[in-house]
Design a protein around this ligand. Sequence first.
Ligand SMILES: Cc1cc2nc3c(=O)[nH]c(=O)nc-3n(C[C@H](O)[C@H](O)[C@H](O)COP(=O)(O)O)c2cc1C
Length: 362
Amino acid sequence: MADLRTNICNIEFKNPIMTAAGPGAKDGDLCIKAYEGGVGAIVTKTISSKSADVPRPCMAQTNSGFLNTELWSELPLERWLEVEYKKAKSTGLPLIVGMGYTKEQISEIAPKVKPYADAVELSTHYVGTDVTPIVDALKAAKEVLDVPVFMKMSPHTDIKKIAIALEEAGADGLVMINSFGPCMSIDIESGYPIMGSQTGYGWLSGSSIKPLAIRCIYDVSQVVDIPIIGVGGISNGKDAAEMIMAGASAVQICTQAILDGPNIYGKVNKELDEFMDRKNYKSIDEIKGLAIKKSNERKFRTNSIAPKVDNDLCVKCKKCIGSCVYEAIKLENILKIDEDKCFGCGLCVSRCPKNALSIEYK
Ligand SMILES: Cc1cc2nc3c(=O)[nH]c(=O)nc-3n(C[C@H](O)[C@H](O)[C@H](O)COP(=O)(O)O)c2cc1C
């Protein structure tokens, strides 16, 4: 069995899977359920000085991703302080308290959450895209807290520039990414936007933003030395491994935990473990940032190398043939690729449901 423990800012995590600030950690009871579901740490729903007036409807699964317009916690700060953090803390897991947004709000909230927080996560989502208010919020937290302060980054920003500024200003870690947008979806039966926000806008999350999260983590992990906690589109162990290979030290799950419930955390952890075993990786550190090393080694090429076919695995579904615009694939009892016609685009490999096709990524 691989060693899935991870250490971030001297906090020991028994596994690298966390809740994310969102509905899956919207109160103490759900934090306990997340613990029972196998999570390695709890990140609570973002609180602010005032409870959120959440527009409704505020969540929807569309055929191209999950939309929300949830803002932050609808529970008052006092309720979190009196009831919810105590329940979350009763799990014995590291507790990362989500809070936001402006320096004034952080100055008010941070001293109050201090007794419960093993670390805090500051959402930058509603303070604009300029560096200054984001750094000011961080400084307000650092002034009163002696636990690690993690900054949650939004992807609709100059994320590298902000990450560098935050590291220089003393951030202990980064959490990336928040949901992406603003985005919009319309109910064509009625013509109304499906999100109840005044603009009709919502924020995109789930598997459709995973490539964006991977790219952000990959970029930022090369320009800062502080740890990154990855979030965005994780629904299985392979996704978690991919995010760690991009440079994350641990991962959070939000959308898939809303859709599947709290057992998702243990399932992702188990699948990550199985993947590590299959590849004979011994620890999280061994795969952390692996893609950066591999990309640096890779030779840029523009010549075509045709995929290899394993006909024992091929189930003759013809998905590869249907989407080969170069007409390079034929099924004549067995699947054959015409190397002269093949452009080496790689699409067929990604469409094959049985891994019967493979291509060199190096
Ligand atoms: C319904 C919903 C509510 C969310 N609420 C918060 C929040 O209060 N604070 C925050 O920082 N992020 C919030 N997020 C963003 C998630 O924590 C996460 O960063 C994002 O959804 C990407 O991860 P995922 O694809 O696993 O959902 C929310 C996301 C969703 C879907």
